[in-house]
Structures are given as structure tokens and as C-alpha cells.
Design a protein around this ligand. Structure first.
Ligand code: CAA
Length: 464
């Protein structure tokens, strides 16, 4: 049976921090953020918002837009790495909020869990729900998979410039208008790692930034190797001599902790794929330098990162390679449109890959390109660490959905934060009643209990 994404909706908090204001306050060159990382604005949550209400707001949008009734939804999964409870799952909060609109008990048939594996868990949730549909267990019902996160780092840390917040919800069913998943090729890699993690009770993660960047690329490449094997085994795609699997992906969406990371990761994958092919000879001539090799033949991440000479040369090689017309063509045609939203919104952890997919659809459609039949590859990564590579094909009915996509109007009117306001929000100095935006037709957080008996209980309302 077929399964895939029928529609996507987003909810982005309306407050944002401007990258130039951030750079000025932190004494950084604004060009580092804008050009070096590809960040213009970072969405920031208000004092009456948490990841559950971002998720519920996204769900409400997709239900209203598609005139769905709760009976049509068989599963609701929430994937996040911003959980605020060690036991109660976030989908339960989301259902509680949705039932304020649809009536108490309206979703009681709707199973689901909260999934966790840093930024990759949404991809596992999509895969599991697609398989629920493929197996015929869904009985004609659809699934909602919501990826919702608040990417928040310590004040003054190197991660602070890669913050953001928002939720993306995907409606999955057996007759998807947007994207049909390719069967039996989804591939994963996994390794016990500490590149980025958030111990119990800590609101912000502990991050080894450059380590996490390198691990991301290595893990996705490993998953891509497995994907290639699966594609050949299932005969999904015929890879001719002189070709790479990437030639057969019309679009490539990468996990985007910041928008330029997508370009870096794409360059890494393309470079490793092309190295084996006849076209590499010409590329090497254009680059004009030998491809550097690490001193330590074991090639562990630690030894590679510790080899400063290699790292500097490799950085130089990548920079020149990324400017070759051949790579530029791949970048412009397959990836660049997916980065637009990330530049304006920032890091969404689990949701960043899917915001990228949503961005790619809107901005490729605007170019007047016919998208039906195009194959989209996804490179998902979660610290800790696991990667997933999978693909799907855009369906003939995609226009029904994509023609109405409008990122700016879906985000709504945004309000720029002053540095003082940002600091207050970051340090949790404001109560829900002191929120900066007056939310309308949205779920908001109104109270988190602090007394011993009910500590941590959250109350939400739908603001008409
Ligand atoms: N003008 C123009 N460009 C500049 C510049 C300037 N003045 N100064 C620096 N740059 C460029 C650098 O050359 C670099 O570009 P390249 O990557 O192309 O070389 C880029 O700006 C970033 O500079 P640095 O690498 O020096 O930045 P940094 O080390 O200070 O911080 C970071 C970058 C490691 C990503 C840090 O922000 C961080 O730790 N972020 C959080 C962790 C993270 O996002 N990891 C990503 C992978 S893990 C993951 O994806 C899970 C997840 O979601 C968190």
C-alpha cells in the first residue's frame, strides 16, 4: 500500500531576534551570521508558549485547512527534543488542547507517543506511521506527525547564534497529494555519541559544535551508503556507470541546524560520491589542489578533528570545491530553495528538515518548475547519534497544496525583539501573563503549577 505526506502546516512564534542585533550585542561580525552561517532572523518563543502549544497550533491549522474531523485521524505523534516532562508524552498535551476546540473525548481513539532522538526522531516517527498505513492497520485513517522544538542554547555559548523555535505538522495518508515515500529503501546509521545532549533537569544542551558538525556529515554519509545498497537491491533506481545516486535525486533536503549547514553537508556528500567517478578528474583540475588526507589512517573523528593541518587544508579544499560550477549547479537546483525558510526562522531541531522541505516546495513552485514526478531525498540527523536517509516522489496532485503555500503569511506579522526583551525571555524572567504578543485564535500556556501535589501540571487555553 502507498503512504506519504498529503499536506504540511507550520506554526512559527511571531517574536524574533535579528541576526545583526545579536552580532552587535555579542561583539561578532554580522557577516559571520549572515554569510558564514546563513542566519538572518531567529524565532523566539513568547513567555506563554512551550513546544506543546507550538505543536497544537500547527495541528489545528492543518485540521482546519483540510476540514478534517478528529475521527479521520487515527494517530498523533509528537517528536521533540524540548520535552518538559520525563513521563507524560507531549501528544497527550496536544490532544488536550485540540479537544478544547473539537470537544472533550473527540480524540480518545487516537493513539500515539512522543518520540525522542535529538533532531532525527521526527523522521523515525514519519517512517513508523508510514508503515502503519502501508500495513493496512490505519483502516483508511490518517496520521498526524508533529515535529516541534525550541532550540535554545546557553547565553554567550557558540550555539546561541543558532537558536530558533517552531512546529511543522505532516498529514500522512494512503493517497498523498504531496509526496509518496519510496518503499523499502529507508536507511539508518547509529552510534553512541556525546556530540550534543541535554541531561535531566537542564534546559539547554551541552554541545561540542565542530564535533557535531563532522559527526552529522559522517553519519548521513553512512546512511546514504546503506540507502544506495537498498536502492540497488529493490531496483528502485538504476544507477548507470559514471552516475551517483545523488544524480537521481531531483531535490535534496538536509537537516538544517543553520541554513549553511545544509550546503556544507551537501558538499561533503557530493564530494565523496563524485570522487569515484570520471567527472572527478575535471573537478580536481578546477580545484587546483590535492584532496587532503588525514595523517592518522584510522580516521576516527577525534583524530581527524585533532589533525589541525588536515582540518585547515580540508576546509580550504571544501571552500574551493563548493565554488566549482558543477557543485554550484547541484546546490542551486537541488538544495538552495530549502534554505530560504531556515534563514528567516533559525534552528527548529526536529522540525528543521521538514521546514526545509516545505520551503523547497514553495520556492521551487514559484520558479515555475513542474514538480510532479520529481524525487526528493532526505538526509536526517540527530545528535547522540543517528542519521536516516529516505526518499519520495512528488505526486501529480501536489499543486492543490503547494499553490497556496506562503511562508510570510503563514508566519503572520512578526515582532522584532529588543536585546533587553530577548534576555528576559531567554532567562525565563516573564510569566505567561507578561507575554509580548496578544495571541488570537491560538493555544497559549496560562499556568505551570509549582505546589508539591501538582508540580509541573500545565494549563492551556484557546484564545479566541
Ligand atoms: N565573515 C564571514 N564568514 C565567517 C566569519 C566572518 N567574519 N567568521 C566566521 N565565518 C564563517 C566560518 O568560515 C564558518 O564557515 P564554514 O563552515 O563554511 O567554514 C562559519 O562562519 C561558522 O564559523 P565557525 O565554524 O568559526 O563558527 P563557530 O565555531 O563559532 O560556531 C557552530 C559554529 C559550531 C555551528 C556553533 O554555532 C554551534 O555549536 N552550534 C550548535 C551545534 C550545532 O548546530 N551543530 C550542528 C550539527 S549537530 C545537529 O545538527 C543537531 C542539532 O540540531 C543541534
Amino acid at each position: 500500500m502507498v503512504a506519504g505526506i498529503d499536506d504540511i502546516a507550520i506554526y512559527i512564534p511571531r517574536l524574533y531576534l535579528d541576526a545583526s542585533d545579536f552580532a552587535e550585542a555579542r561583539g561578532l561580525d554580522p557577516v559571520k551570521l549572515q554569510k558564514g552561517l546563513g542566519i538572518s532572523q531567529m524565532s523566539i518563543v513568547d513567555s506563554n508558549q512551550d513546544p506543546a502549544c507550538l505543536a497544537a497550533n500547527a495541528c489545528l491549522k492543518i485540521m482546519q485547512k483540510n476540514k478534517l474531523s478528529p475521527e479521520e485521524i487515527g494517530r498523533l505523534y509528537v517528536s521533540t527534543e524540548s520535552a518538559f516532562d520525563e513521563s507524560k508524552a507531549m501528544n497527550s498535551y496536544v490532544i488536550g488542547m485540540l479537544e478544547q476546540v473539537y470537544g472533550q473525548g473527540a480524540f480518545e481513539h487516537c493513539g500515539g507517543v512522543e518520540t525522542k532522538f535529538a533532531c532525527v526522531s521526527g523522521s523515525y516517527a514519519l517512517y513508523d506511521n508510514a508503515n502503519w498505513i502501508r500495513a493496512g492497520e490505519s483502516d483508511g485513517k490518517a496520521a498526524l506527525v508533529v515535529v516541534s522544538d525550541i532550540a535554545k542554547y546557553d547565553m554567550g555559548s557558540s550555539g546561541e547564534m543558532t537558536q530558533g523555535a517552531g512546529a511543522v505538522v505532516m498529514l500522512l495518508n494512503d493517497s498523498p497529494r504531496l509526496l509518496r515515500f519510496d518503499p523499502k529503501v529507508t536507511s539508518t546509521s547509529i552510534k553512541d555519541e556525546y556530540d550534543f545532549y541535554r541531561p535531566f533537569g537542564k534546559e539547554t544542551p551541552i554541545v561540542h559544535g565542530q564535533y557535531s558538525n563532522l559527526l552529522y556529515m559522517i553519519q548521513v554519509r553512512k546512511a546514504l551508503e546503506m540507502y544506495k545498497k537498498n536502492v540497488i537491491k529493490t531496483k528502485l533506481i538504476e544507477i548507470e556507470p559514471g552516475e551517483t545516486i545523488l544524480d537521481h535525486m531531483d531535490y535534496i533536503n538536509m537537516h538544517l541546524p543553520y541554513s549553511n549547514m545544509g550546503k556544507k553537508a551537501l558538499a561533503y556528500l557530493v564530494r565523496h560520491e563524485w570522487r569515484q567517478l570520471p567527472r572527478w578528474k575535471k573537478i580536481m583540475q578546477e580545484v587546483g589542489m590535492e584532496e587532503p588526507v588525514p595523517k592518522d589512517p584510522r580516521g576516527t573523528i577525534e583524530s581527524v578533528l585533532g589533525d589541525e593541518e588536515f582540518m585547515a587544508k580540508d576546509h580550504e579544499f571544501t571552500k574551493i570545491f563548493s565554488k566549482t560550477p558543477e557543485f554550484q549547479e547541484v546546490y542551486e537546483s537541488k538544495l538552495s530553495s530549502s534554505l530560504v525558510a531556515s534563514t528567516m526562522i533559525g534552528n527548529l531541531y526536529t522540525a528543521s528538515l521538514y521546514l526545509g522541505f516545505r520551503s523547497s516546495l514553495e520556492f521551487e513552485f514559484q520558479k515555475g518548475i513542474e514538480l510532479s514526478g520529481k524525487r526528493v531525498g532526505f538526509g536526517s540527523y540527530g545528535s547522540g547519534s543517528s542519521a536516516m536517509v529516505f526518499s519520495g516522489v512528488i505526486q501529480p496532485e501536489y499543486k492543490q497544496v503547494v499553490q497556496d503555500m506562503n511562508l510570510e503569511s503563514e508566519m503572520g506579522k512578526r515582532r522584532k525583539l529588543t536585546w533587553d526583551e530577548y534576555e528576559k525571555l531567554h532567562e525565563n524572567e516573564l510569566t505567561p501573563e507578561q507575554s509580548m504578543v496578544h495571541a488570537r485564535k491560538e493555544f497559549i500556556l496560562v499556568d505551570v503549577k509549582t505546589d508539591i501535589e501538582t508540580k509541573g501540571e500545565r494549563r492551556y487555553v484557546y484564545n479566541e
